[in-house]
Design a binder for this molecule. Structure first.
Ligand code: NAP
Length: 401
């Protein structure tokens, strides 16, 4: 199919190169950005770690050559911006992207984005079970999903079953948050129908997946969120997803309420599983609701504060405090487990038990120059850092292909 493209689109972007703007990389090389409007591919890139509103650029690159053995070419349909992506760009996250060559003869760059939905456009030799048009998700971390098209190893992607109800947004957000929720509910405590789970950050994308997956298993959830003027609206929204109860962190200061929760809701047993998205003092208060032999599983630290737990919970209640990282799960599990997990989650979508997160799609227009597109991307990160989005933002690249 590559050879069907116009010859013009296969030419390097060299027409007006001498006049294109330059960016100095850490190695002091010069990276030249394209202002041309008839680009074929584009990626959100950076060459040094830092504040995303400062270091992110977009870079135009040529159509991909035909895939080599064992690889496929994909176009990304949608890719979310997750909180950890920001930490990766800042250079404070344990998983690092690798430097990538996008434009021949120019310095290598980091391409942003860990999660996303790809569609196969070309299948290389020695690849079985994958066809043009298939939807795939990444199993290799930091795949550089904020791009319009990439060549990837067939072993680094999983084909998603296409089922009724599975939309692009579901698929593009399928590999990080829903599996985190699913695994935390599965891997620590043997929960039975009617058991209670407590979680904080309950309105996060992970928290919403926890609510829905727990409800699908007949589990009850106490969902803790930050106090806000419209907490009634949020409560209704989370209850519509399947939340049993929703309270604010501040509510836990009311001793009569916490006693009622322990006595009446959990029949004096306390919660068997607590899921921690935020850490800080609010999590200490949540941990006091846990019962005998319970698990507190931490997966995020949105408050940026440390987690402090009373020693008595360990001595007298035999509390176990553990950490979960979905990236570690992917590393430790064979491909069959990953396929099985994706199938389980896709089945939940098909059964209308797992909704896509609330979202906003930001399109990077094909007609924008790299300068304009880069500014648009930096502005998105500025709004995210100021908390101006209360929904998941996904990037979509328009291309001229
Ligand atoms: N360990 C893993 O494998 C794994 C996997 C997926 C995600 N995560 C982590 O889980 C967290 C949530 O991810 P997500 O994609 O679900 O995020 P998200 O949808 O963007 O939601 C962010 C959540 O953090 C809360 N929050 C933000 N700042 C806060 C603060 N200062 N104090 C308390 N709460 C605050 C927000 O509450 P408000 O509405 O009140 O602002 C919201 O509930 C992130 O830390 C992410 O890195 C970890």
């Amino acid at each position: 199919m590559l050879c069907n493209r116009s010859r013009k689109s296969l030419l390097p972007i060299s027409g007006s190169r001498a006049s294109l703007p330059l960016l100095r990389t850490p190695g002091n090389s010069l990276l030249r950005y394209s202002s041309v409007r008839h680009q074929s591919n584009r990626a959100v890139i950076y060459t040094e770690n830092g504040d995303p509103t400062q270091v992110l650029r977009t870079l135009t690159y040529n159509p991909l050559p035909p895939p080599q053995s064992g690889t496929v070419n994909i176009k990304y349909l949608l890719a979310p911006i997750n909180p950890a992506d920001i930490n990766v760009i800042q250079g404070v996250y344990p998983a690092k992207p690798t430097l990538t060559s996008l434009v021949e003869g120019q310095p290598n760059v980091f391409v942003g984005g860990n999660e996303g939905l790809g569609q196969i456009t070309h299948v290389g030799p020695d690849v079985s079970g994958m066809s043009v048009g298939d939807w795939v998700v990444m199993t290799k971390p930091q795949a550089g999903t904020w791009s319009s098209a990439r060549n990837v190893g067939a072993g680094d992607v999983l084909k998603l079953p296409r089922v009724d109800g599975l939309e692009e947004v579901h698929a593009a957000t399928m590999t990080v948050n829903p599996p985190t929720a699913y695994n935390m509910l599965n891997d620590y405590v043997a929960l039975q129908n009617g058991d209670w789970v407590v979680q904080n950050g309950a309105n996060s994308a992970v928290g919403q997946a926890v609510i829905q997956i727990a409800a699908s298993r007949g589990l009850k959830t106490l969902n803790l969120v930050r106090k806000r003027p419209d907490i009634g609206v949020l409560t209704e929204k989370l209850k519509a997803l399947g939340a049993t109860e929703v309270l604010s962190y501040d509510d836990l200061a009311d001793r009569s309420l916490t006693q009622k929760i322990m006595k009446e809701w959990t029949a004096g047993k306390g919660f068997k599983l607590g899921l921690n998205c935020v850490s800080g003092p609010d999590t200490t208060a949540m941990a006091r609701l846990l019962g005998q032999d319970a698990y507190l599983v931490s997966y995020g630290a949105m408050s940026k504060q440390p987690l402090s737990l009373p020693t008595s919970l360990f001595i007298f209640k035999n509390l176990t405090s553990a950490g979960f990282w979905q990236s570690r799960w992917y590393k430790m599990h064979p491909r069959e487990d990953k396929e099985s997990l994706m199938k389980t989650l896709v089945d939940l979508v098909a059964q209308r038990k797992l909704q896509a997160p609330e979202h906003e799609i930001v399109t990077i227009a094909a007609g924008d120059s790299d300068e304009v597109a880069g500014q648009k991307v930096r502005d998105i990160f500025g709004k995210i850092s100021q908390g101006q989005y209360d929904k998941k933002v996904l990037l979509k690249f328009e291309t001229t292909q």
